[in-house]
Design a protein around this ligand. Structure first.
Ligand code: NG6
Ligand code: CA
Length: 510
């Protein structure tokens, strides 16, 4: 950051705040990132879902740009969120899906997206699922005191969190540094084993490994058999904190109420809101008012709940007269999964095509969550900004990791060489002015792949592919003719394999 520019940015932002920002200040639009969890490319009507009505998301798409080749940085949650918030590939930090009591993963000395917005004079907030760890490595977090470092320390001015995932303990909300509604007489403990949370004066929840009958909501199909809370088995153990427990069926309502309050309080100054829904991650427990909204049971109904959430956000912006000059981004952290460890009726039936009772959540793309196939990272990506963006569709290759450099460009903030090192300025593509987007793009799952237009090179994998390819084969697909990634062209185009594998190695080094 060049200091003169920094100062200028601060000054101009300060002036516009002091004067009461006009909603027409196009240099400082509000930004709301609506982030879904495990929402697949074709879980939304506008991308082909026929069995799940998503009228609000479809309206958002009609009023913005719907990207056909938009990507999360990785095929699981923690890595994608890490990359979106830092502009750094997760594999550089060995970022994997975090356990419940993991320390903060984002280094405190790295520029983050909220810090970037702060530099430009914004107020920033995160509401929703975090899953990036909280606390200092090697030190146990005291859930009964100040729970940190976390989102506040990496740059958010306000945070209201589901700290890990909805299938991991602790099953409580965290407002800034404190557990919400915690009764000091019933302290909260979190750990890996039951012994960790067997603390005098505190009562652990039933252990699913010895009390499967406690899982009354639905049973787990794999894992999810530690503490059973609200009749649902979780990953990790918890004791105490009973008054602070969330109700799985009202988590979305709580986040929506938080969003409404936040926007009402911050409507007069530019804000960046990262709204991270837990929908449609397991355990899917949509509010009973959505029951039967689809024929697909919990997963489909949770998706309808998420669409309702999106509608609430759009309506709140409208009510405050903020629609015109707010950038709304809708996307997801990774592709879809059907059975992800609970017996909620969602099943993958490969025998009838890769789908759940007729609903193919990744559309024509193969695979989904965890996988290096396109379905793993090619997710819904919609960007709406009525004041500046002409509605339409785009086939440009774009990635969430590039939000940092692109917003830096938009806001006139200069990044230092060591900030957001993997983030590229693709603002023109995000705004619909460039129909190509990225020439090369890394996709991350258990291994890496490199995209170059329709070409996709997948480096030799350590894990077995679901589709019968040998784990150590390099593969090359052409997505134009073969979107489902079934025909390995590596032998036919050895020079393309050579070119792309070399480039991928180089990009890994940075
Ligand atoms: C896995 C969980 C899965 C989900 C995933 C993380 C089991 C058997 N599976 O370990 O249910 O929680 O982690 O999902 O426990 S993510 O969207 O947060 O990356
Ligand atoms: Ca996810």
């Amino acid at each position: 950051m060049k200091s003169a520019l920094f100062l200028m940015t601060l000054l101009s932002a300060g002036i516009s705040i002091a004067a009461g920002r006009q909603p027409t200040d196009l240099s400082r639009p509000n930004v709301v990132v609506i982030y879904g969890d495990d929402v697949g490319f074709a879980d939304i009507g506008v991308n082909g879902a026929e069995m799940i009505p998503t009228p609000n998301i479809d309206r958002l798409a009609a009023e913005g740009i719907n990207f056909s080749d938009g990507h999360s940085s990785a095929a699981t949650c923690t890595p994608s969120r890490f990359s979106m918030l830092t502009g750094i590939h997760a594999f550089r930090y060995n970022a994997r899906v975090l356990p419940p009591d993991a320390p903060l993963l984002i280094p405190l000395d790295k520029l983050t997206l909220p810090q970037l917005f702060s530099r430009a004079g914004y107020q920033t907030a995160v509401i929703g699922k975090w899953h990036l760890g909280i606390g200092t490595p090697g030190k146990k977090v005291n859930w009964n005191g100040d729970v940190k470092p976390g989102p506040i320390e990496i740059g958010f001015d306000y945070s209201f969190l589901l700290p890990s995932t909805n299938d991991r303990v602790p099953c409580v909300f965290l407002k800034n540094h404190r557990v919400l509604n915690l009764d000091p007489a019933d302290p909260l403990y979190v750990g890996k084993t039951l012994a960790d949370v067997q603390v005098p004066g505190s009562t652990p929840y039933p252990d699913g490994q010895t009390n499967r009958e406690a899982m009354t909501y639905y049973q787990s199909t794999h894992g999810h058999d530690n503490s059973v809370i609200n009749g649902i088995g979780r990953i990790g153990y918890q004791s105490g904190g009973k008054a602070a427990l969330w109700n799985d069926e009202t988590i979305s309502d709580v986040f929506v109420d938080e969003m409404k309050a936040y926007i009402a309080d911050h409507k007069d100054a530019p804000f960046f809101l990262y709204f991270a829904s837990q929908d449609v991650h397991v355990p899917r427990a949509p509010n009973p008012r959505f029951k039967g909204a689809t024929k697909l049971g919990y997963r489909g109904d949770a998706m309808v709940q998420f669409d309702w959430t999106v509608g609430q956000i759009l309506q709140t912006l409208e009510e405050h007269g903020l629609s015109e000059n707010t950038i709304v981004i809708f996307s997801s952290d990774n592709g879809p999964v059907y059975d992800d460890g609970y017996d909620d009726g969602t099943t993958l039936k490969t025998s009838i095509g890769e789908n759940d009772r007729g609903h193919d959540a990744s559309g024509k793309w193969s695979g989904g969550k965890y996988q290096i196939y396109e379905g793993g990272t090619r997710v819904p990506l919609i960007i709406k900004w009525p004041a500046r963006i002409k509605p339409g569709t785009s086939d440009a290759t774009v990635n969430q990791i590039d939000f940092m450099a692109s917003f830096a460009e938009l806001l006139g903030v200069e990044l230092d060489d060591d900030e957001g090192i993997d983030s590229r300025n693709t603002l023109d593509a995000f705004m619909g002015r460039d129909s190509e987007g990225l020439e090369y793009m890394i996709e991350e799952a258990t291994g890496l792949a490199l995209r170059n237009g329709d070409w996709k090179y997948i480096e030799p994998q350590k894990v077995k592919y679901p589709k019968g390819l040998a784990p150590f084969d390099a593969t090359l697909f052409n997505l134009k003719d073969d979107p489902a990634e079934t025909k390995n062209l590596a032998d036919q185009y050895p020079e393309k394999v050579e070119e792309m594998s070399k480039l991928l190695e180089k990009m890994k080094q940075h």
